[in-house]
Design a protein around this ligand. Structure first.
Ligand code: ATP
Length: 369
């Protein structure tokens, strides 16, 4: 069992800067929780408070129901993996992994068993006699993981553990970490600003901005039903397309007009805008690149939600094609089938999937529907 609970946690640094504001989160046993958000949003500060490397200014931290605020880091039964690995250069891989156990005076044969078991899980058995400088970046990262897992802690904390690796290794290590989570059956809290890592690894993701939690949800829910414009724009690549639009009602139908285009909303979205008093107001419309369609069949069936634009850039990526164009002042992207006939310079019609339109309040930036 290893649940982690943060209750009204605040971090105020000695210079007066408040990096984490009223943070409330309950992490269940065996969850893989990801903290994401732009640089400076408070991800590492929060993780370091869980680790005990930073004091908690106010609020409470519980691990398995026990208040941990004043418990020494070494007594919290957690292990932390950092982005710079922090391996001892003069020690072999074996000694690096055994070091923490030796300090804890664990019997030698038990250390040997644990190191070999971790080395087997991480495919490091053939490297145990090497020194860190004779390892690749990915291997060093695995040793850093190994050093954490030999201790079998209740909770793993990982702070951007893959950020020093190149894209290919990062993708490989992502798979390794997912496997590790399965085989170790422990709780992991993982900090990243890479939303691919967040989306692929997390059982739940915590999106942070300016020290505040924006949304806590599964990757699917964050993607499909972001709670505000920030989350909608942060999760997903290429980013969700957005533009301000005028909301009007004509003969019972609710329409959005923007940059020379007018689309009619489906009944559900129309009712939401009407009920909440948005007729006659400016709202922000959002649509993901894959929810724009340029196929003739689709266009003819979705005539109420068609826009047109001149393609600025055509990018064939193999399995998909990205089309870049401007809608008013906004830069938009469509992710379409590579069989598309659209090319740079063409004026192309796209239909928006009416069920996938997101509408945000222009002032508060909260999701309306
Ligand atoms: P990154 O992705 O860049 O690592 P982060 O989300 O992990 O960012 P934190 O390292 O938690 O951000 O920092 C949050 C905020 O607190 C930042 O604005 C940072 O400048 C500030 N901060 C961090 N450490 C201190 C400190 N010791 N004193 C004052 N402010 C600090």
């Amino acid at each position: 069992m290893a649940s982690v609970q943060l209750k009204n946690v605040v971090k105020k640094y000695p210079n007066g800067f408040v990096a984490v504001k009223d943070f409330n989160l309950e992490i269940e046993d065996k969850e893989f929780i990801i903290f994401v958000g732009p640089s400076g949003c408070g991800k590492s500060t929060t993780l370091r408070m869980v680790a005990g490397l930073e004091d908690i200014s106010s609020g409470d931290l519980f691990i398995d129901g026990k208040r941990m605020n004043d418990v020494e880091p070494k007594d919290r039964d957690i292990a932390m993996v950092f982005q710079n690995y922090a391996l001892y250069p003069h020690m072999t891989v074996y000694d690096n992994m055994a070091f923490g156990l030796k300090l804890r005076k664990v019997p030698k044969d038990e250390i040997d068993k644990k190191v070999h078991e971790a080395a087997r899980i991480l495919d490091l058995e053939h490297l145990l006699d090497r020194k860190p400088k004779a390892l690749s970046g990915g291997q060093r990262q695995r040793v850093a993981m190994g050093r954490a897992i030999v201790r079998r802690p209740k909770v793993f904390l990982m702070d951007e553990p893959l950020s020093n690796l190149d894209a290919k290794l990062r993708a490989q290590m992502r798979v390794e970490i997912a496997k590790l989570h399965k085989s170790l059956e422990t709780t992991i809290i993982y900090v990243t600003h890479d939303q691919t890592e967040a989306m692929t690894l997390g059982t739940r993701i915590v999106v942070l901005k300016d020290g505040y939690i924006q949304q806590v949800d599964t990757p699917e829910n964050l993607y499909d039903t972001p709670c505000n414009k920030f989350v909608a724009g942060f999760i997903g690549s290429p980013q969700m397309n957005m533009i301000d639009a005028e909301c009007t009602e004509e003969g019972g139908a609710v329409k959005l007009s923007f940059a020379g285009n007018t689309i009619t909303l489906n009944e559900k979205k129309a009712a939401a805008l009407k009920d909440k008093g948005y007729i006659g107001k400016t709202v922000t419309l959002g649509i993901r690149p894959e929810d724009l369609h340029d196929e003739e069949d689709y266009l003819s069936q979705h005539g109420q939600s068609v826009i047109s634009a001149e393609i600025r850039v055509y990018e064939m990526l193999g399995a998909e094609t990205l089309l870049y164009f401007d809608i008013g002042d906004a830069s938009w992207t469509a992710r379409v089938n590579p069989k598309t006939k659209a090319r740079t310079g063409d004026t192309v019609r796209f239909a928006l999937d009416e069920n996938k339109i997101h509408i945000f309040d222009k002032e508060t930036e909260q999701t309306i529907t």
